[in-house]
Design a protein around this ligand. Structure first.
Ligand code: GLN
Length: 489
């Protein structure tokens, strides 16, 4: 049953060929069997899952089923879930049990999904390998013996979905955290337009960049998840009144019937070093799209190579401000000190890991009065220029494509410096700075048998178009994205 896509499972449930309880149980069995090895869940919620599944079955019985009724999903442990521990993979929130439900998780409840548990991630979503998690890194289900990264920060979500421990999952993408891990695990990861999915109740990292979105095995599954997650929310001041995304799971082709589609390729990315496999597969997919009638043009985003520098100023600046709330007074860890200041210090010293501390130090530095103009303001200007350049590019083309990463998943024990890790985000951060939608879709397998992904990028609110083109790429790439652990070989 774990081989079913959302679309197939919904159909089988409607036809009464399977029940939500059986579907849920088959995922719970997988979690029992592989959950520890993959370390993809921080908290599992089997009782809740069974309860949810029972409700789904009774709705099917009375023909009152909801859009995603009975779909067993993993929730990135950054979304607050009422009465269920929400840790952000930090010691700071190790025992935090929210009294409220995030908007996105509430919407998924309202759509009838079944909650399997809370997925592992980088601490406060800061990282690229999910190695900064206080609970240890999740493992990539591909070539498990090699202990590769499932990517980050939504690495628990991608590990769970790729390994068949959830039918789909939520992620958040501040600088690539949905797209990069999806690319590393052969999955589809959609970072929607900023403002399409509410951030309310999602633990804040960098508020002007944080974007909730879906991770799934197919493009249509991602679209179905997104349609449940999206929508205007007056509890999030950056939620867009235009926020709307609806689909029945059938994405219409945009490359057939003689329709012309102009696809842009970013000139500045040509000079970036990527693996031969990535280059080859990317070129191959471009050639395929061309032969299907797309017009391929080169577009320029002049400052795109400065996106990394701008991102690693803006994101830490916002993080340092957002994480100031963890002081041992209101909620989360508290380590008693001699006086108030000492309690703050001890709590924060013990509660945060190294990477989170590094970000807060960088953020505090770039916001200090001596640095504000030269760093933060400059970064804000570069951000504006990048957003403007994308807008201009979209006057010349409908959509843009580019690689999701330079290469395949690295071993978790790779000894990369913080800056080397940051550099891995080169292909993803610009879209967050611009607030535009981008979907990573598998584009093939590398020589080493590991999956690679490419991105489809669109103008603000062209989320549907992005997914439509992603579906074409998924179809032409035609990879089997079930790692051995699922195929049972
Ligand atoms: N790797 C990036 C970072 O560490 C992106 C993280 C994210 O998107 N949450 O900041």
């Amino acid at each position: 049953m774990i081989n079913l896509t959302i679309k197939q499972a919904l159909q089988k449930l409607k036809n009464r060929e399977i029940s939500a309880i059986d579907l849920t149980q088959s995922y719970l069995d997988r979690i029992e069997k592989f959950g520890k090895d993959l370390n993809c869940y921080i908290t599992i919620t089997p009782e809740r899952a069974i309860e949810d599944a029972k409700k789904s079955d009774s709705r099917y019985a009375s023909n009152t089923q909801l859009p995603l009724d009975g779909m067993p999903i993993a929730m990135k442990d950054l979304f607050a879930t009422r009465n269920i521990r929400t840790t952000a993979a930090s010691k700071m929130l190790e025992d935090f049990i929210p009294q409220y439900e995030s908007t996105v998780s509430q919407k998924l409840i309202d759509a009838g999904t079944v909650l399997l548990g809370k997925a592992n991630l980088d601490e406060f979503a800061m990282g690229t390998f999910s190695k900064t998690s206080f609970f240890g890194a999740p493992i990539n289900p591909w070539q498990m013996e090699k202990q590769l990264t499932a990517g980050g920060s939504s690495g628990g979500s991608t590990s769970a979905v790729a390994g068949g421990l959830a039918i789909a999952a939520t992620g958040t993408d501040t600088g690539g955290s949905i797209r990069f891990p999806s690319a590393m695990t052969g999955l589809v990861g959609m970072k929607p337009t900023y403002g399409l999915c509410s951030r309310w109740g999602c633990v804040a990292f960098a508020s002007s960049l944080d974007t909730p979105g879906p991770i799934a095995r197919t493009v249509e599954d991602a679209a179905l998840m997104l349609s449940a997650m999206a929508g205007y929310d007056n509890k999030d001041s950056t939620s867009s009144p235009k926020a709307k995304f609806e689909t029945d799971g059938n994405l219409q082709p945009i490359l057939e019937n003689g329709k012309t589609l102009k696809i842009g390729v970013i000139k500045e990315f040509n000079s970036v070093q990527i693996s031969d496999d990535m280059r080859h597969l990317f070129e191959q997919r471009i050639a395929d799209l061309k032969s299907m009638g797309a017009e391929i043009i080169e577009v320029s985003i002049p400052n795109i190579l400065d996106a990394l520098a701008a991102y690693y100023i803006i994101a830490p600046a916002e993080a340092s401000s957002n994480l100031a709330r963890y002081d041992g007074m209101k909620y989360g860890l508290r380590v008693e000190g001699e006086d108030l200041i000492d309690t703050y210090k001890k709590t924060r010293a013990e509660g945060f890991g190294d990477e989170v501390k590094r970000r807060m130090i960088i953020g505090t530095a770039v916001l200090s009065s001596e640095s504000y103009e030269v760093y933060f303001m400059q970064a804000a200007k570069v951000r504006r220029m990048i957003a403007d350049s994308f807008q201009k590019a979209f006057e010349q083309c409908d959509l843009i494509v580019c690689p999701s990463s330079a290469g395949t998943a690295l071993p978790l024990n790779s000894d990369l410096s913080p800056l080397e890790c940051y550099a891995l985000d080169l292909f993803t951060v610009a879209m967050n700075l611009a607030g535009i939608p981008s979907c990573s879709v598998p584009c093939g397998l590398a020589q080493n048998g590991l999956p690679l992904g490419m991105q489809v990028v669109g103008p603000r609110f062209a989320d549907m178009k992005v997914l439509q083109l992603a579906k074409h790429i998924e179809t032409i790439a035609n990879i089997d994205n079930r790692p051995k652990i699922i195929m049972g070989k």
